[in-house]
Every structure is written in structure tokens, then in C-alpha cells.
Design a protein around this ligand. Structure first.
Ligand code: AMP
Ligand code: ZN
Ligand code: FE
Ligand code: FE
Length: 277
């Protein structure tokens, strides 16, 4: 009985379809997974259908990119009502901004002497939610760089010369959007953002949990975030941030698991919060 609560599909910047991801989860012996694509619910229905077939529980999720303190902060949302009109309107705006952002990234690359056609990026993304990994894949295909990490290091990283900000969203605003749509907001991979000083304010805004057991969190970081979870009365979650094969990431589905007991706690908190509404 084990779960993975952070998984991407090709509906955003993963490389595999929702159905394939669910099949792999089954093979890996996972019993519950959350699909947490960037800024979209597009993969949820297909994953749930396949999940029913294979006896895998699919928790609806999303990962929203926010910015504060000059850092990128990822907020995961679980159990959101995927038909909530306000939430859908918000992610539509965010998706539109992502499209414009691809053009801006390509403009910046052009100024750096690296010319790629934005349409190639959209074609690779299958006209779904596009992001930097799609740009990186075009850069590799066109021979400008050899690897994902080179693409990010040279051009696309947060402090890189072709970086373009996302739709302006504060972590607090993301938490409010998620909570208002009946979901639970979780601070994704906090050690990557490295701005723990924000946590008290995020708790005040309704943060429900912290992604303590993240694939790239070291043992001492896990311990540190467990302490913070206890201190603030939050839930601990975890996941692999799986992006599929040939995604520039090594992790395989099933490599990183959390016990289902943590999922049960998340469900109880979801029920508790929505009862008192
Ligand atoms: P975006 O949503 O466009 O800001 O792109 C963010 C995504 O880029 C992350 O979710 C990762 O999938 C990927 N990413 C970020 N940094 C790196 C890196 N150094 N190497 C490979 N992929 C990365
Ligand atoms: Zn991603
Ligand atoms: Fe993330
Ligand atoms: Fe992610």
C-alpha cells in the first residue's frame, strides 16, 4: 500500500499519457497516485478512467507556479472540484500567459543568437500546456545544447538569460484559489524554493500541508520539514515529480513512495474542511 502524490503527464510537461502513467503505477505496485500537471486538469478524467480499470486510486491534483521573495514557489492542489468555474477561469488565464511566455522566451533566445521557432515548441507540447521543458527539447533537437541540464543552465533557469516569469500569482493567492474550489493546498518541494520564512503567512492563508517526502529532499531536509509540519499543525505529503521517460529526469515511477496512511490523513482533512463550509 503506497502512494505517489506528485506526477506529471503529457497534458503539461510530462512525456507520457495519463493512461500510460496509470499503467506504470500499477506495474510499480502503487495503489494511489495524484496527477499534478502544471496549470491544468486535462489529464485527470483519462487517468481516472484507466485507474478504475486497473484498480488504482487517482486523486485529482494540480501544480501552480507562483513567485514571492524573488523565488519560484510551487503550490500543489489536491481534491479541487475540477468543475469549479472560478478555478477554471483562473487556470485559463494562466494557460494563456504560458502561451505568450513561450513567444517571449523564444524572443530572448533569438537575442542570444539561438533561434528556434515557437511553433515547434507548441507542436511538441501537442498544443497543451507548454513550458520550459518543451523549449529545452527543441533546443536539444536543433543541436543548440546536448542535454536538459545544459538547456536550463545556459538559458532557461530562473536566473538564466532567457528566463521569462509566469503569470503573476502569489503563493497566498494560489492557496486561496485552491481552498475556494474545495481543495487542499500543499507547499511543493519547499527545499527547492528555500524560503521557509514564508510558511507562517502561508499557513495563515490556509495552507494544508508541506511536501516533506520529495524525491530530491535530503534526509536532513525531510527532518526539518517534518518539524515544521508539527509546529504548524500541517499534513506531510510526498511524491516523485515524475515527468516520464526522456524527460531529463532520472526518477522512475515507484522509486519514491509514501505510505497510504498519509493519504488517509489528507482525505480526512479534506472532509473536515469541507464539512465546516
Ligand atoms: P515551467 O513550468 O515552464 O516554469 O518549467 C518548469 C519545469 O521545468 C519543472 O517542473 C521541471 O519539469 C523543469 N525543470 C526545471 N529546472 C530543470 C532542470 N534544471 N533540468 C530539467 N528540467 C528542469
Ligand atoms: Zn514540470
Ligand atoms: Fe514543481
Ligand atoms: Fe512538478
Amino acid at each position: 500500500m503506497s502512494a505517489d502524490l506528485h506526477i506529471h503527464t503529457n497534458c503539461s510537461d510530462g512525456t507520457q499519457s495519463p493512461e500510460d502513467v496509470v499503467s506504470l503505477a500499477k506495474e510499480a505496485g502503487l495503489t494511489t497516485i495524484a496527477i499534478t500537471d502544471h496549470d491544468t486538469f486535462d489529464g485527470i478524467a483519462a487517468a481516472q478512467k484507466k485507474g478504475q480499470e486497473l484498480g488504482i486510486e487517482i486523486i485529482p491534483g494540480i501544480e501552480l507556479t507562483t513567485e514571492d521573495c524573488d523565488k519560484e514557489i510551487h503550490i500543489l492542489g489536491y481534491f479541487i472540484d475540477v468543475n469549479n468555474p472560478e478555478f477554471l477561469a483562473a487556470i485559463e488565464k494562466i494557460q494563456k500567459a504560458r502561451e505568450e511566455r513561450i513567444y517571449k522566451i523564444c524572443d530572448k533566445l533569438k537575442d542570444l543568437g539561438v533561434e528556434i521557432d515557437p511553433q515547434k515548441v507548441f507542436a511538441l507540447a501537442g498544443h497543451r500546456v507548454a513550458g520550459r521543458p518543451h523549449v529545452a527539447r527543441v533546443l536539444i533537437a536543433e543541436g543548440f545544447v546536448e542535454t536538459f541540464s545544459e538547456a536550463f543552465k545556459k538559458y532557461l533557469d530562473f536566473y538564466g538569460p532567457a528566463y521569462v516569469s509566469h503569470y503573476k500569482l502569489l503563493p497566498k493567492e494560489a492557496i486561496n484559489l485552491i481552498s475556494a474550489a474545495g481543495g487542499l493546498a500543499v507547499f511543493g518541494h519547499p527545499a527547492v524554493s528555500n524560503c521557509d520564512q514564508l510558511i507562517p503567512d502561508l499557513v495563515e492563508a490556509g495552507l494544508a500541508g508541506i511536501e516533506v517526502y520529495y524525491i530530491r529532499h535530503r534526509d536532513y531536509q525531510v527532518k526539518h520539514y517534518l518539524d515544521l509540519v508539527q509546529k504548524h499543525g500541517l499534513l506531510a505529503t510526498g511524491g516523485s515529480d515524475y515527468h516520464g521517460i526522456e524527460s531529463g529526469r532520472e526518477v522512475k515511477l515507484g522509486d519514491h513512495r509514501i505510505p497510504n496512511e498519509l493519504v488517509e490523513k489528507l482525505k480526512h482533512e479534506h472532509a473536515r474542511r469541507n464539512q465546516s463550509k
